[in-house]
Ligand binder design. Structure first.
Ligand code: AHG
Ligand code: MN
Ligand code: MN
Length: 364
């Protein structure tokens, strides 16, 4: 009887969380609801696609825009960014915001300022927009530094430089076959499915746990020639399957939408890698620390998984730039720890010597 059992709404869940943990500040409940509202608006725009002229590049009076990452902005990148700002800046809960699509922090002007910072990737997986594949929005809530709260001054980039372990809440919306909102306020991870008739996120996945072991990994294998040896070794061992050192077969997946990969891993386990590689030595990795790695890492760890750079826990990293990139590995704990062990082990000499390139399944 799918329609008969009463379900908990996101609002009820947040109230309940506050009751169960009275020592925890519940101040961000309204902020989370504002973020969820923005996600519903973006979900609608994503679903309408070409019908609402939501596909393709964003073009304004200055032509096509390139964001601070050097990536061309799509209409939905810009729409989602604007929607997130408009739906949250009136709440009085925010001291400022930062986003992938804005080079500098966003100031709350002519409105009451609050105690929190909102950091977001308004549209993750942009390359999937025009082909109608799953995309999402990722967000992170931080407490503003005390002097910001005390003085109400404008926020600076440095105010956002807080390690992922200090996030108060993090989550994402997934615009897939159903729209979902997945959230952690620091006490586990809960998943909500949008009931389009009621316009409400309903609690459907109350306590998401990632299995510690997995036989599924996700990596963009077209970069294999640039991988560092520990990553190459890990993938080779997975590909060797039953007859290799792991003694079991693995499956591989790649959606090119990190938020969708994270969701799959939260649902059934797995490991995701976008490691540091040698493709562009100027970049420490592909994914951004503050609005991709930290919120997704927080969810992983709250669900019993792990997030790492390969060398250290991702959530322990001290950010140094608003748009800083890192190498990122996350998912089932035992696999992430194995990848970390491979990084920690002394590397065989030939790996440092181009004359002795290791044979692998990707290099004949
Ligand atoms: P964004 O769309 O916010 O720029 O992020 C895209 C990211 C991430 O979602 C995904 O894992 C990765 O880019 C895909 O990269 P490739 O195109 O190299 O597969
Ligand atoms: Mn992204
Ligand atoms: Mn994005």
């Amino acid at each position: 009887m799918p329609f008969s059992s009463p379900r908990t709404t996101l609002t009820q869940y947040l109230i309940e969380q506050r009751r169960r943990y009275p020592h925890a500040s519940g101040r961000f409940n309204n902020l989370i609801l504002d973020v969820a509202l923005a996600c519903k608006a973006v979900a609608r725009a994503v679903a309408q696609g070409r019908l609402a002229d939501m596909h393709g590049l964003h073009v304004d009076s200055e032509g096509v825009r390139v964001n601070v990452q050097g990536e061309t902005q799509q209409k939905l990148d810009v729409y989602a960014n604007q929607t997130m700002i408009e739906m949250t800046e009136n709440s009085g809960h925010l001291a400022g915001m930062a986003s992938e699509e804005m080079p500098e922090p966003w100031q709350i002007i002519d409105r009451p300022r609050g105690k929190h910072l909102l950091v977001f990737d308004p549209l993750d997986g942009s390359s999937n927009i025009d082909v109608n594949m799953t995309v999402g929005s990722i967000f992170s809530v931080l407490r503003a530094p005390e002097d910001v709260i005390g003085s109400g001054r404008d926020v600076k980039a440095e105010d956002f430089f807080q390690p992922g372990s200090s996030q108060l809440a993090a989550g994402y919306a997934l615009y897939g076959p159903s729209t979902m909102f997945v959230l952690s306020v620091g006490h586990g991870v809960a998943g909500f499915t949008l009931d389009p008739n009621l316009g409400e996120f309903m609690l459907t996945h109350p306590d998401i746990q990632i299995p510690p072991d997995t036989q599924e990994f996700a990596i963009n294998a077209s970069n294999s020639r640039f991988w560092e040896p520990p990553v190459k070794r890990y993938v080779d061992e997975c590909l060797a399957g039953k007859t290799g050192p792991r003694g079991k077969d693995f499956n591989m997946r790649w959606i090119a939408s990190m938020v969708a990969e994270a969701h799959r891993i939260l649902m059934r386990g797995g490991v995701f890698m976008y490691p540091r590689d040698t493709k562009d030595p100027a970049k420490a990795g592909r994914l951004r620390l503050l609005y991709e790695a930290n919120p997704i890492g927080f969810l992983m760890e709250q669900a019993g998984g792990r997030a790492s750079t390969g060398h250290q826990g991702a959530l322990q990293l001290q950010p140094q730039d608003l748009h800083q990139r890192i190498g990122l590995v996350f998912g089932s704990r035992n696999e992430v720890e194995r990848i970390e062990r491979y990084h920690a082990e002394p590397q065989p000499l030939q790996w440092h010597n181009p004359l002795f390139v290791e044979r692998s399944l990707f290099i004949d």
